[in-house]
Design a protein around this ligand. Structure first.
Ligand code: FAD
Length: 313
């Protein structure tokens, strides 16, 4: 069975979410053929995640959902692929549904586990339940939720070839591309460590300590929706039902009440730590560790503790 894996890249390297998609394909017993665009450094790391072959469309220089859809469809047909896999990240979400529509095949978005008896698991009802979805067409499209599956680690390198296919014309042209994370931190959907804060911080002037804690931990910052709506933090940091859905290993929530709409985007985190003055805050029910206390006392102490830990590593 062959799988076309569309993988996005950053600075010549396949993104972590892309490597997870490759490993997912490998894990389901398929032969992953990676399709990417622009330029990669070598195989972009695809071989180490289980791919034997990488095809790069060098004429498509920047992300364009329509061009990349045509590229993936063309490669799927040329290679006789049975399944098309991509991450459930921004790039994957723009390409996968278009590919499924063009090929008229079944699609599952946001798979959280490898297929079992042709059923693929995903979260439904804002993460409050899981569904095992049966895909009935011979060919299928699957997007994989970031941080759901591990990355295969091998010493292998994939064979890289290029195609001059330019994807044709797009009805919409990308004129400028503004990466959301300019400070070098890991993008939220891929982050394994996240420090998040809410209205309990009182105002944007108090975010220095959240950024410092995140920096010491090597974490990415996030926030609740009212914080982004008030302009205290940029909108791309807003997590929850109407924001980014994340699954980090550690989610530290400071001064966030834990409303159901917030939990919908974060309750798949492996470990949740909550800091809140109100012992009745709903977030404590979902927390693995809870600190009832004032953020302005607790966070500086956490920063000191992490600094001491880092110094003694
Ligand atoms: C359709 C819809 C979609 C929504 N989507 C989202 C979404 O995607 N994401 C999202 O986040 N919200 C979403 N919301 C809003 C959500 O319902 C909550 O209103 C919001 O999450 C509350 O944000 P908050 O916890 O930061 O603020 P608050 O509810 O004001 O809570 C602040 C918390 O901080 C605590 N606190 C106060 N002072 C301190 C201190 N000094 N130290 C420590 N703790 C302190 C308080 O005890 C309180 O628990 C949505 C709402 C609707 C209706």
């Amino acid at each position: 069975m062959k799988a076309i894996v569309f993988a996005d890249h950053k600075s010549g390297k396949i993104t972590k979410a892309g490597l997870e998609a490759i490993s997912y394909a490998k894990g389901m017993g398929a032969e992953p053929i990676v399709v990417s665009y622009g330029s990669l450094e070598g195989d972009g790391g695809a071989g180490s995640a289980g791919a034997a072959e990488v095809v790069v469309a060098t004429a498509i220089q920047q992300f364009d959902g329509q061009k990349l859809t045509r590229l993936v469809v063309k490669m799927a047909e040329e290679k006789g692929a049975n399944v098309m896999i991509t991450s459930h990240d921004h790039a994957g979400k723009m390409v996968a549904p278009r590919v499924a529509a063009r090929l008229d095949v079944a699609m599952i978005s946001g798979a959280t586990a490898l297929p079992s008896n042709s059923n693929v698991r995903k979260n439904v009802f804002s993460g409050k339940a899981m569904a095992d979805v049966n895909l009935k067409t011979d060919k299928q499209v699957i997007t994989v939720m970031p941080n759901s599956v591990g990355i295969t680690q091998t010493d292998a390198t994939a064979n890289v070839s290029t195609t001059d296919f330019d994807g044709g014309n797009s009805a919409v042209t990308v004129k400028a591309f503004h990466p959301l994370s300019t400070d070098g931190s890991v993008p939220l959907p891929e982050a394994e460590l996240v420090v998040s804060a809410g209205r309990g911080l009182k105002g944007p002037e108090n975010w220095d300590m959240i950024e410092e804690l995140a920096k010491e931990l090597g974490a990415t910052t996030a926030c609740s929706r009212p914080v982004a709506d008030s302009g205290w933090r940029p909108h791309h940091e807003h997590v929850g039902q109407t924001g980014v859905a994340i699954r980090p290993n550690l989610y530290i929530a400071v001064g966030i009440s834990g409303a159901i709409q917030h939990l919908a985007g974060v309750n798949a985190s492996k470990t949740i730590v909550v800091v809140n003055t109100d012992p009745e805050a709903p977030f404590f029910k979902s927390a693995d560790y809870g600190i009832v206390g004032d953020a302005f006392d607790v966070v500086p102490k956490l920063i000191e503790a992490v600094k001491e830990f880092n110094a003694n590593k």
